[in-house]
Design a protein around this ligand. Structure first.
Ligand code: ZN
Length: 456
């Protein structure tokens, strides 16, 4: 029986509609009195005035009883989907004025839940299908270990020692490789991934690492697992792996590039370490700028000397942050400019760096150890020695060299002479040559240092 609740003494059309499930007249009267509202939308009678009702003596007991014998619908609240009135189970849920619908009614909610469940099931099945398809593709991949570039072979060697024995016949995640390098471990792993030496392993145990993205798959970096890609002839066992890593390293340019990437990581880790000691936050939007300055500095100085440069910059930044009109954040933003100034001042012979000892909190990482085992390099090795060791000496014909550098030399010297830096440029040029740079490289580096834009 559905009725509009109109208790005696009120004339207002009630906003609460009752679906009464009893024929007991005393109970019906109770229900009408319980839910009756006045013109202002308040309840006409206090619950206490309705008590006791038979054996029920308190308000919560009465509300429970009322719920069993009657469904109440609030006309001021409608289902967001079908527009029917929403059920209310207590007086506190009733609204005095019409409300914008935000909730579905009970049957609509059940319908929506079921539709969502089916959609989730379908999405799950689609994800599983794509992952299986991807796994089949990945498992079919092979690589020729002999053709793997030296820099990747060296990273693989260091990685094997970092996570042994999981690289051969097992799987690993980014988080397992933390001791590969002082920083930017993911970038070294990605290099192996991009070079096809390792691949993601969809069948590795662990939580689902993939998600559907457009027509393909994406992944959660902290969940994805990797495995070694087998050699096309030898497979991926321990013997095959020896073929990959035991070799005569010939690609000096590639290895020098890897050394610089490693050295930049070592210096950046030192910067973060120092900033953390002084509660300074490294400005994330200027990271590439800092890395670029550090990279250039490492072509002239050892890692330990660049640490000294960074240490001075952090000290100065921290002191400045205590000034009245500054702040730690504002001050940290000046780190890239201060680093560049330090470097330029050193190049002009105004500042000398000492070789800092490696802090205990900053291990060299397995990549550093492998470079040390093979070439004897460490944080104190002079940059000039490293560059010489990893440079190919194939002198070009003089006329060819002169033709290659002619216009850049004109630009460099014109700019240097007009800014009064002629002597400094000549001095830096001789230093770069002594450090193993060839003539073109030296000129381009000087163009960088003296901020002359490159030709397009
Ligand atoms: Zn509905």
């Amino acid at each position: 029986m559905i009725c509009k609740n109109q208790p005696p003494g009120t004339v207002r059309q009630m906003a609460i509609k009752l679906d009464i499930k009893t024929t007991d007249s005393e109970t019906i009267s109770l229900l009408q009195r319980y839910w009756a509202t006045d013109e202002a939308g308040g309840f006409v009678e206090k619950v206490s005035a309705l008590l006791p009702f038979r054996e029920i003596k308190n308000s919560s007991g009465l509300a429970s009883y009322i719920r069993t014998v009657c469904n109440a619908f609030d006309e001021n609240q409608t289902c967001v989907k079908c527009g029917s009135n929403l059920t209310i189970t207590s007086r506190s849920e009733a609204k005095k004025y019409p409300h914008h619908p935000v909730h579905p009614c009970v049957p609509c909610k059940a319908e929506m839940d079921e539709a969502r469940r089916i959609a989730e099931e379908q999405a799950e099945a689609e994800l599983r299908r794509r992952v299986l398809e991807h796994a089949a593709n990945v498992e079919a991949r092979t690589i020729n270990y002999e053709s793997v570039p030296d820099d990747l072979a060296l990273i693989a060697l260091a990685l094997d020692q970092t996570i042994s024995p999981r690289l051969i016949g097992g799987s690993f995640r980014y988080a397992d490789c933390a001791s590969l390098a002082p920083m930017y471990v993911d970038e070294f792993i990605n290099r192996l991934w991009k070079g096809g030496v390792i691949s993601d392993n969809p069948r590795a145990p662990g939580p689902m690492a993939y998600l559907v993205k457009g027509e393909g798959l994406s992944y959660y970096p902290n969940r994805i697992s990797f495995s070694l890609v087998p050699d096309e002839f030898l497979g991926a066992g321990a013997e095959a792996f020896q073929e990959l890593v035991v070799r005569t390293y010939k690609d000096k340019k590639g290895l020098l590039g890897l050394w610089f990437d490693y050295a930049v990581a070592d210096c950046m880790a030192y910067l973060y370490d120092q900033c953390s000691d002084f509660n300074l936050v490294v400005p994330e939007h200027k990271i590439e700028e800092i890395k670029s300055t550090v990279h250039t500095a490492l072509k002239f100085y050892s890692i330990a000397e660049v640490w000294c440069m960074i240490w001075r910059v952090v000290q100065k930044t921290s002191t400045n942050s205590n000034h009245r009109f500054s702040s730690k954040e504002k001050s940290a933003g000046t780190i890239p400019a201060k680093l560049l100034l330090q470097f330029e001042s050193a190049r002009k012979g105004k500042t000398a760096f000492t070789k800092w000892d490696r802090p205990k909190s900053l291990p060299a990482g397995m990549l550093g150890q492998v470079f040390n085992e093979i070439y004897g390099f460490d944080e104190k090795t002079d940059s000039s020695f490293i560059i010489k060791m990893l440079s190919d000496d194939e002198p070009l014909d003089r006329s060819q060299v002169e033709a290659n550098i002619d216009s850049r030399v004109q630009e460099l010297m014109t700019a240097a002479l007009s800014s009064g830096s002629g002597a400094a440029v000549m001095y830096d040029f001789s230093e770069l040559i002594n450090n193993g740079a060839d003539i073109s490289e030296a000129i381009e580096k000087l163009m960088d240092v003296y901020s002359i834009p490159a030709r397009l």
